[in-house]
Each structure stands twice: as structure tokens, then as C-alpha cells.
Design a protein around this ligand. Sequence first.
Ligand SMILES: [Mg+2]
Length: 206
Amino acid sequence: MVIKGLVFDFDGTLTRPGSIDFAGIKRALSCPPEVAILEFLDTLGPERLPQALATVERFEMEAAERSSPNDGVADLLTWVHSRGLPWGILTRNGRPSLNVAFTKFHPSTRDQAAFILTRDDVAPKPDPAGVLAAARLLQVPSTEIMMVGDYRFDILAGQKAGAVTVLVTNGRPSSMRSEDQPPNFTVASLADLRVLLDNLLSGRTG
Ligand SMILES: [Mg+2]
């Protein structure tokens, strides 16, 4: 297993989980609980879409203002950078809320991000478009990309792109479903991800 670059989900992966209220957004939109928000927006006609999108963006911005970097994120990303591994962000969020939440990270960490791809740039996960775009930007095969995220859409997008996938649970129940193919790796924290990466890069695992 060769890893030449990392793609991180943002909310709940690089940030502490729980700042965004998905259930509250769905109630405000009258979106059924079992339907994902962006996919629900796709079903709306032009008479409802602008207001629904504005509602999503308002919730996202409030969440971004409340958000904070996840435990261990600066240590992990500094270490990844020191190993010469490029990394970037792939999020289903819009660009404005991403920008607000990212200001909470240390400037030296922000400077290391090789790319930031939002739903304003690429088709959102679970579509693999963002992972494939990241591979092109980093000029590495998508099979040598590690896709890291806390939700099943992150894993599904990575798998469809042929990437190595890592689910970060933050010590919570896994979001994977029984019909999903499991991720290559599951870790409880970013500290554990660093241990996994260290083992992979030194050939002790995989
Ligand atoms: Mg997430």
C-alpha cells in the first residue's frame, strides 16, 4: 500500500464533531430524515430551491462560527507535512462557511493545505469527483490517495475513486451501513490516524 497524498473531510474530521445540526436543517427544509440534505435540494424545483439553499447556508455559517479544530489536528497535519505528504480538504459544505471555520486553524496549518474543494467546486461526496480532482491536483494516482472522513459518504467517495479509505469515528458508533463495503481502516481519533500512517509509511502495516 502506497500513500502519496491525503484528502480530508472537514466537518467532524478536521473539526470537532457536532457543531452542525443536520436534524435541525432537515426540519427547517421539511427534508425526510433518511434523505441527505444536498440530495434533497436536488429534488426541489426552481421556486423552492433558492430559499432552501439559503437556509442550508445559514445553518452552515452558524455551525462554522461555533466550530473548533478537532483534537490532535495540528499535530497530525504538521507531522503529515513534515513527511512530505501533501494534504487537502474535500467537503460537502459551501465555500463561505468553510472559509469561516478554517480561520480557527493555526495559520501555518492553513498554509499547508494543498487544495480545498467544496460543493461549489465539485460534485459532492459520495460522488468520487472530488477525490479524483484531488488526485489530479496532487499529480498522484487516485489509488495512492488516502481519503479520511467521519461519515460513510467520505468512504464511499474514496472507494469509488479507488483510494485507500479511513473512517474516523471520534469514539462514536460507525456511520457505515451493513450494505456498504467497509473502509480499509477505522480509527477512533486523529492521534490514532497518525499511528496508522506512521506504520503504513514504514511498512509495518498493510
Ligand atoms: Mg464529516
